[in-house]
Design a protein around this ligand. Structure first.
Ligand SMILES: Nc1ncnc2c1ncn2[C@@H]1O[C@H](COP(=O)(O)OP(=O)(O)OP(=O)(O)O)[C@@H](O)[C@H]1O
Length: 753
């Protein structure tokens, strides 16, 4: 039953919206109510937010008026639909989306300049290819000249104006022209196209490398502060923050002894082997770089070549008949205008497609397929993904229709040129200004000109798309390395000191440290934390989920800078220490270590700053209680693994072995044993003893664990609550105290009881 709507000023007239309630799309403020009329109540109401209009009841005439109004409404909606779909109408509006910040938008000229900079090493290849193409295009134009000469001579022969010009000359010109056409131009173009294609591939590679290097040298908060792309925040958080850390990614970041090439390979490996959920980066490095590189490898040369050929054809058209040439030129100008519009539209659409593809990829990645299968019973499970897909489909539909319209305009204009040529040309023949053969040639040259214009247009729209795609790629490439990565000497007007200590003892001091994440400035994660960790001490951080344990470690690893207070390492401000050297001396295992697609031995050895042999690798694996399961794999240490081929506990043990192999002065384990069974965990507790079993070298250990049995052997247990240290002491002392730690221990004991 529809809800009755009472209008007090209508003498208790009760109206009900007739189902279905129609909301006219053209005026969302206006609601039309229709109701089944009683003889004394027949009326139609239009209620708007600003006025209420009532047509008084007039029985049959009102019914007619209502029907007419409805028809008018229908007609109006059709005209509105038609108006919206014509070029420039509302249907063509592309969705608004995240702006890329306040940087200047990339123009064709600036994009080309950037691309030219990128091809610095191979400029000669581009130049040679372009010169070749110019030569090829000029030859084509000369071919036209030969044809033209051929026609002039044949006219002379036909008209018998000059009996001295015999058919031998005519034949030789025709023969020369056909040979030139058959062998010269296609061969050259194919060869040059191949050269440019090879060049394009190397350019894609270079762009990807540059983009990677720019990303690798960013600090997390740099991304969180900018609106460059939420997807890159996601990428970096996944790569370096403990919550989703790929240990390997962190090692790449920390390990500068690796060649840049190796880092790139490792990252490529990690990302393209699906080890790191970096959908946006995949999109950026995959299609976008390829699209941008296509500009020089393909679009520009096609545009250039066709412009030259078009100019040549136009010149001959003018030589043949200027009225006809003018009419063709007018057509070409209209065509160029359509090209421009279409190109601009495609550029915008390409930019949005790039954004939405990244977001749709992200929405798949961040909800792993298996997880999705497990929990996706709800009808809303794919809401995010569907939303992006719908946006993509909408854009793609508009792009296709725009392309169709563009093609349609081309063909219509092309045929209209022929019609005009036949009309004007026919009149010219009758008037004796041109011959029928000249008209035929004219139509052929027209075709050539229009064809060249079409090619220019087609490649120009592709160029525009590439420029759209290049915007984000270039902005990411332009990011300056984070401050901590510049700590190697002079950089612009700043001078960064970089202290390398002779030996890292492992004394860590948090002095009055407060911190909030850049993306949530109002939420204070750590508040006035004061803590000194002594060399060779094993300290455990415990607390409720979200109490700031991982953040504590993030600051120590210098993924973020404290907003207040300072961090000292061996008495030196952490800011002044060489970040490369410092991270080389740290072993870190995160909550979800990830493995690279390579053999187990290489995975353990990965990023190790010192020379190690197989014996060292095996020793580290034994300490991490990974040796036995590794030996049970088909090829032992040579077995190729990746994230999906091992269990969570096995991956954690390999990651622990990797950290131990570095023989670090400070070892950080953030929930590093959460996936281990009780026995493995019991065995691995030895890692906590803060001594390298082989060298007997001591080390500082920081352990974060929810399973409190893991940390009972720690020298000191620090309890965090709401970003503050609330308790500190040994296991037995804290139990006696009866505070948060005792409560947590009790809860866990109850849970297992
Ligand atoms: N990159 C980030 N941006 C904004 N807030 C964050 C970020 N990372 C973590 N936080 C927030 O900081 C708080 C502390 O997070 P943290 O990961 O340090 O907690 P934790 O004690 O390690 O938790 P857990 O035991 O569940 O791992 C949480 O409220 C979390 O939501």
């Amino acid at each position: 039953m529809p809800t009755p709507l009472s209008l007090p000023n209508l003498n208790s007239l009760t109206l009900a919206p007739s189902p279905p309630l129609r909301l006219p799309h053209r005026n969302p403020n206006r609601l039309n109510f229709a109701f089944t009329p009683q003889p004394h109540q027949l009326s139609r109401l239009a209620i708007s937010t600003t006025r209420l209009s009532i047509s008084p009841s007039k029985s049959a005439s009102s019914v007619n008026a209502f029907a007419e109004e409805r028809d008018r409404d229908r007609d109006r909606s059709w005209t509105e639909i038609l108006r919206s779909v014509i070029p420039g109408g509302t249907w063509w509006e592309l969705p608004h989306h995240v702006e890329l910040g306040d940087a200047e938008p990339v123009t064709v000229v600036s994009a080309l300049r950037r691309m030219w900079d990128l091809v610095a090493q191979d400029r000669w290849v581009v130049l040679v290819a372009f010169v070749g193409l110019v030569v090829a295009a000029v030859r084509t134009v000369l071919l036209l000249l030969l044809c033209f000469l051929h026609s002039v001579v044949s006219v002379a022969v036909n008209l018998e104006l000059n009996q001295d010009l015999d058919t031998t000359l005519l034949d030789s010109i025709g023969f020369l022209g056909s040979k030139w056409r058959d062998y010269g131009f296609p061969t050259e173009c194919t060869a040059l196209d191949s050269v440019l294609r090879c060049f394009r591939n190397s350019q894609v590679k270079r762009m990807r490398e540059k983009l990677y290097s720019s990303l690798l040298f960013q600090v997390c908060d740099a991304f969180e502060n900018t609106c460059i792309a939420a997807d890159f925040v996601f990428l970096l958080n996944m790569s370096v923050a403990p919550s989703g850390l790929s240990s390997a990614a962190m090692i790449i970041q920390s390990d500068y002894s690796l060649s840049f090439r190796a880092k790139i390979d490792a990252y490529t490996n990690a990302i393209f082997c699906k080890l790191d959920p970096a959908p946006a980066l995949c999109a950026q490095l995959g299609s976008d770089c390829q699209q941008v590189a296509r500009v020089i490898g393909n679009d520009l040369n096609m545009i250039f070549r066709n412009v030259l050929q078009g100019i040549g054809a136009l010149v001959y058209l003018f030589l043949l008949s200027w009225p006809l040439a003018l009419s063709t030129l007018a057509t070409c100008i209209v065509l160029a205008f359509v090209i421009l519009l279409h190109g601009q539209y495609q550029k915008k659409a390409a930019k949005l497609t790039q954004e939405f593809t990244a977001y749709s990829n992200e929405s798949i990645w961040d909800r792993e397929t298996r997880t999705q299968k497990a929990i996706a019973a709800s009808s809303n499970h794919s809401f995010r993904f569907d939303k992006w897909l719908k946006n993509l489909a909408d854009i793609s539909l508009r792009q296709s229709v725009a392309y169709g319209l563009w093609n349609c305009s081309y063909y219509n204009l092309y045929h209209s040129t022929q019609v005009v040529a036949v009309l004007i040309g026919g009149a010219s023949i009758v008037a004796g200004h041109i011959t029928a053969e000249q008209l035929t040639k004219f139509i052929l040259y027209c075709e050539w000109l229009i064809y060249a214009t079409w090619w220019v247009g087609d490649n120009l729209s592709s160029l525009m798309q590439a420029v759209g795609a290049s915007e984000k790629v270039f902005r990411l490439m332009d990011l300056l390395p984070g401050e901590q990565f510049l700590a190697e000497g002079k950089h612009s007007k700043f001078f960064y000191t970089s202290v390398k200590l002779q030996r890292l003892l492992g004394r860590i001091e948090f002095v009055d440290v407060s911190f909030h994440y850049p993306s949530r400035t109002m939420v204070h994660i750590l508040q006035r934390v004061n803590l000194s960790i002594f060399p060779n001490e094993a300290v455990a951080l415990v607390g409720l989920s979200g109490s700031g344990k991982s953040t504590f470690v993030n600051l120590l690893l210098r993924f973020y800078e404290p907003t207040n207070g300072k961090l000292l390492v061996d008495g030196f401000p952490l800011k002044d220490l060489d970040i490369k050297w410092f991270r080389e001396n740290i072993g870190y295992v995160g909550q979800e270590p990830r493995l690279f697609r390579m053999d187990v031995g290489s995975n353990i050895r990965y990023g190790c700053p010192r020379d190690v042999n197989q014996e060292d690798v095996e020793l580290a694996a034994k300490q991490a209680y990974a040796h036995d399961f590794i030996m049970s794999l088909p090829d032992g240490y040579q077995t190729t693994v990746d994230d999906d081929l091992l269990s969570g506990g096995q991956k954690q043990r390999i990651a622990i072995a990797r950290a131990l192999l570095r023989d670090p002065s400070i070892l950080i384990l953030d929930e590093a044993t959460s996936a281990l069974d009780a026995e493995s965990e019991h065995n691995i507790k030895g890692v906590l003893r803060s001594v390298n079993e082989k060298t007997k070298k001591k080390r500082t250990v920081i352990v974060i664990a929810h399973r409190l049995s893991t940390i009972q052997a720690a020298d000191r247990i620090v309890v965090l609550d709401g970003g503050q240290i609330v308790e500190m002491g040994r296991h037995s002392e804290l139990l006696k105290k009866g505070g948060l730690y005792a409560r947590l221990t009790q809860r866990q004991a109850d849970a297992f009881a």
